[in-house]
Write a protein that binds this ligand. Structure first.
Ligand SMILES: *Cc1c(COP(=O)(O)O)cnc(C)c1O
Length: 405
């Protein structure tokens, strides 16, 4: 008889965004005249930039010719894209990453969740709390955690590293036995916080000393506006021996629908002496069907002179929204952070409201949808996430409503 992977049953019933969707639909059904504005959008909204569109068209046409046809992509992705990435994202920032240490994929979500497969199920994991839920969920499904504790809103066997105003939303090094796999995400989703280079260096030194591996999610690196904030973990000394980095074209260049990302696995990273780089080349799933030739050409165009200028404008658009939200919230008396190096604004709920109480309050009083912080981890309780991906008009209107609610 067929059995199932019992670890899947440990996942709590309802997914954050389906609960939000249900509540919004119910509210709209009861209040058909309400104009509900979402500041909870986790997806980009700007259309694909012209330079990228041109590259897509050209690659499509190439595929219809005998000389330009491309079948299965090479294992690591096309050299033209890996070389471009290595030069612009790493070498120009002083990081010694070679093109053949880069694995092109169909997005960071798959890589962030699949990476744990090349590590033993006996490894312990640590995550920032709050954070993007994919790291914990993938480890739950793989059996690397215990059961879900409803009351504590956490899984047994996971080291949750609290991130709050008390530590500028950057976790402290764990006390006691060192976790084996340490997930760090900076700029952070959902808090919008960043880590400084000396702070990140402490993590690298800690991982090296303890034989841990850092899984560094830099999906929002392109949103960093402040000088001196590291864009890559490989800006830190010794990171090649202890860190894997994930990147995505999704938020940077609007590829959430096109799908493109990459993972860096340095050849010097050898837990138990194993050739991790070689093992990742054998992974299942995305090896051949991850990122089509056409999309990899589109990714290359992101780094062209025109592409870079157009992308910068799109990011500037989102970050202007972020500024409108942060400033507006502060004027309205909220305690808010983020929104400077990431498209996320993280606010403390007023009057001790829980995250879900504030969700209902905002929906009812201002017809605005956001994301309850508790959905990103137990330490996200009493916080709330707003995003800068909406239109300028809606963002302005939403802030006006919050100010007068
Ligand atoms: C959006 C996001 C990703 C990646 O998404 P893909 O679309 O799968 O590339 C990765 N990490 C974080 C923290 C994100 O918010």
């Amino acid at each position: 008889m067929t059995t199932i992977n019992k670890n899947y049953l440990k996942l709590p019933g309802s997914y954050l965004f389906s609960t939000i969707g249900k509540k919004v639909r119910e509210y709209e059904a009861a209040h058909p005249d309400a104009k509900v504005i979402s500041l909870g959008i986790g997806d980009v909204t700007q259309p694909i930039a012209p330079a990228i569109l041109d590259a897509l068209h050209a690659a499509v046409d190439e595929m219809g010719t005998a000389e330009g046809f491309h079948g299965y992509a090479p294992d690591l992705g096309y050299a033209f894209l890996r070389e471009t990435i290595a030069r612009h994202d790493f070498q120009e920032r002083g990081c010694d990453i070679a093109p053949d240490e880069i694995f092109i994929s169909d997005g960071a979500k798959c890589d962030c969740s699949n990476i744990q497969e090349i590590f033993g199920t006996d490894n312990t994991i640590a995550v920032c709390d709050p954070v993007y839920p994919v790291y914990v969920d993938s480890n739950v499904m793989a059996g690397r955690t215990g059961e879900y504790d409803e009351a504590g809103e956490r899984f047994h066997g996971v080291v949750y590293m609290p991130c709050g105003p008390e530590n500028n939303f950057v976790p402290e090094l764990p006390e006691g036995e060192a976790p084996d796999l340490i997930y760090l995400c900076f700029p952070n989703n959902p808090t919008g916080a960043v880590i400084t280079k000396p702070e990140l260096q402490k993590w690298v030194d800690y991982a090296k000393k303890n034989g841990s591996v850092i899984l560094y999610d830099a999906a929002y690196e392109a949103f960093i506006s402040e000088e001196g904030i590291p864009h890559s973990i490989y800006e830190c000394e010794g990171a090649k021996e202890c860190a894997i980095e994930f990147r995505s074209f999704s938020k940077t260049a609007g590829f959430t629908g096109l799908r493109l990302g990459f993972t860096v696995i340095p050849k010097a990273l050898k837990p138990e002496g194993a050739d991790l780089h070689g093992l990742w080349a054998r992974r299942h799933g995305t090896k051949y069907n991850g990122a089509p030739y056409i999309i990899q050409r589109a990714g290359e165009a992101v780094y062209s002179e025109k592409g870079r200028a157009q992308i910068r404008q799109q990011i500037a658009h989102y970050m202007e929204n972020a500024g409108i939200i942060s400033e507006g919230l502060k004027e309205a008396g909220y305690e808010a952070s983020g929104g400077v190096n990431a498209p996320y604004i993280w606010l403390k709920t007023p009057d001790g409201m829980t995250s879900w109480e504030f969700f209902d309050h905002l929906l009812e009083k201002a017809n605005i949808v956001g994301t309850p912080g508790s959905g990103f981890g137990p330490h996200g309780e009493h916080f709330f996430r707003l995003t800068a991906f909406g239109s300028r008009e809606n963002t302005l209107e939403a802030i006006d409503r919050i100010k007068t609610m």
